[in-house]
Design a protein around this ligand. Sequence first.
Ligand code: IPE
Ligand code: IPE
Ligand code: MG
Length: 242
Amino acid sequence: MGRTKNSKPNHIAIIMDGNGRWAQEHGFPRAVGHKTGVERVREIVRASLDREIPILTLYAFSQENWKRPAEEISVLMRLLDYFLEEEAKTLVEQGVKLRILGHPEALPAPIYEKLKKVVSATSGNSRLLLNIALNYGSRSEILGAIYAIVEKAKNEPSFVTGPESLTEEKFASFLDTQGLPDPDLLIRTSGEMRLSNFLLWQLSYAEIYITKKYWPDFTADEYALAIAEYQMRDRRFGDVLV
Ligand code: IPE
Ligand code: IPE
Ligand code: MG
């Protein structure tokens, strides 16, 4: 292996994909794939803490995932509920701060209440920021930002005085990821080569790592491989390397 080119990523985003196919290949119902996927969430959170990764963003449920059969959606909601119930204490103890991206208010009310509780219980933590994207869609996030900016400009005309006054930084402050640095590394499991409406603005210069491993097989060792590959990449940001 050559010389490391980048220090460890500051912000890692993951599209956790392939639970269904993993289950199918093992002859299990899809629900078993989702359940095993939750174990990997725990493992990757722990691995992020061990490796001192400051920010981890997990895509758990997209706006488009509502198209799935009601039975599967209810399995996913039950697992989320169970995760919050089981993990709340551990997250507090581990120093993890939970933040939600997307529209969690449209999730079943008891889950939304639990989410708010865990977000507030972990708000003082700072070892790892764990963002979970729930009922998230990047295009609607961007449209929401535009709408909020238009509203603000109506009430406060000095806020946007011309195209150049709306900087990228100002615009980004209206996104769900407000205040966060962009992801350095995007990991997608299960071999699919698409973004599926995830962080379209924020991933502009992320290094993309796609593995054929299904999410239930994405262990801490697989995570280490992704990080090691990231560290070998040339990041140019449009510039030339000297
Ligand atoms: C990822 O696994 C979990 C969610 C999208 C909620 P999938 O359920 O998409 O699994 P595949 O892609 O059908 O195998
Ligand atoms: C992306 O996976 C969404 C999440 C991982 C939550 P999907 O399985 O929904 O993506 P597509 O439908 O294959 O693009
Ligand atoms: Mg999928």
